[in-house]
Design a protein around this ligand. Structure first.
Ligand code: MG
Length: 250
C-alpha cells in the first residue's frame, strides 16, 4: 500500500461475525411478531415464501445495484400466502425490528478489532461502508459492540440506495472522507463487493480472509456468492497485525 491517508471498512465478516443461529432465530421472531399482529400464517410456509421473495429481490439487486428492503420481502411473502398488506404497514415495520433484534444479539467482534481501530484512529480518518438493508439495525449493532466512536463516516447501503460494488457508494465514501480515492485503503472480505468495487472506484483494496481462514460460518444473507478470489496482487490479510504490517511497509 502507498500514500494511505484514510481507511474504509466493510462490516460483516470483516469487523464482526454473526453466530450461525442468527438467521433461524430472526425468522422465528418475525413469524412470531406477524402472528401476534393477527396474521394467520404457519412458520414453515412463511419461511419458504419469504426465502423465495428474498431470492427474487436479491436477483434484481444483482442486476441494478439498488438496495432493497426487508419490508418488501415480507409483504411479498405474505401476499403469496393470501394476506394483502402494504410494505409500509406498521405490522411489517414491527416485524422488521423484531427480525433484526436477533442479529443484534448474535453479532460478535472479530478479535483485536477495537485495538486495531484504536491504533489506526491516531493517524487516519476511518469510514464504514456496509451493505445492509435496514440502517437502524446496522447502527444499533455498531453501537452495541462499541464501534461507533471509531468511525468518522458511517455509510449504509439502505440509506444510500445502492449496494457495493456500485460505484456511487464508494464515491460517497471518498467524498465524505475528504481525501483522494487512491489515498484510501478499503478493507473487506467480499471479492466482488469490497475488493472489485474498491478497485473500480480507484481505492486501494485489502482483502481480509479471517472468517474464511478460521472456518467461521459467514454472516447469513449478507455475503456475495460464487465469485472467484481476487487477483493475487491484491494484499490479503488474515489478522489485524497483517494490516498494520502492510501499513508500516509504506
Ligand atoms: Mg462483508
Amino acid at each position: 500500500m502507498e500514500q494511505i491517508k484514510a481507511f474504509g471498512f466493510d462490516l460483516f465478516n470483516t469487523l464482526i461475525t454473526m453466530e450461525m443461529d442468527a438467521l433461524k432465530d430472526a425468522l422465528s421472531r418475525l413469524t412470531g411478531s406477524l402472528k401476534g399482529n393477527g396474521f394467520a400464517i404457519e412458520h414453515t410456509a412463511f419461511v419458504k415464501a419469504h426465502s423465495e421473495a428474498v431470492l427474487a429481490f436479491l436477483e434484481q439487486t444483482r442486476r441494478d445495484g439498488k438496495e432493497s428492503h426487508n419490508r418488501f420481502w415480507i409483504s411479498t411473502a405474505l401476499a403469496k400466502l393470501g394476506h394483502d398488506v402494504s410494505p409500509d404497514s406498521q405490522y411489517i415495520s414491527e416485524g422488521v425490528e423484531t427480525y433484526f433484534s436477533a442479529f443484534i444479539q448474535y453479532a460478535t467482534l472479530i478479535p483485536g478489532t477495537k485495538e486495531m481501530l484504536t491504533t489506526l484512529k491516531h493517524d487516519y480518518p476511518i469510514g464504514l461502508l456496509s451493505n445492509f438493508t435496514h440502517p437502524p439495525a446496522a447502527t444499533k449493532i455498531i453501537a452495541e459492540l462499541g464501534l461507533d466512536h471509531f468511525f468518522d463516516v458511517v455509510l449504509i447501503s439502505g440509506d444510500l440506495g445502492y449496494r457495493k460494488p456500485h460505484l456511487s457508494v464508494f464515491e460517497a465514501l471518498i467524498d465524505q472522507l475528504g481525501v483522494e480515492s487512491e489515498e484510501i485503503a478499503f478493507v473487506g472480505d467480499d471479492p466482488e463487493a469490497d475488493v472489485e468495487g474498491a478497485l473500480r472506484a480507484g481505492l486501494q483494496p485489502v482483502w481480509t480472509t479471517y472468517v474464511r481462514d478460521n472456518n467461521i460460518t459467514p454472516a447469513p444473507g449478507v455475503v456475495g456468492k460464487g465469485q472467484g478470489d481476487p487477483d493475487p496482487t491484491i494484499p490479503r490479510i488474515s489478522h489485524w497485525q497483517d494490516l498494520l504490517a502492510l501499513l508500516h511497509r509504506q
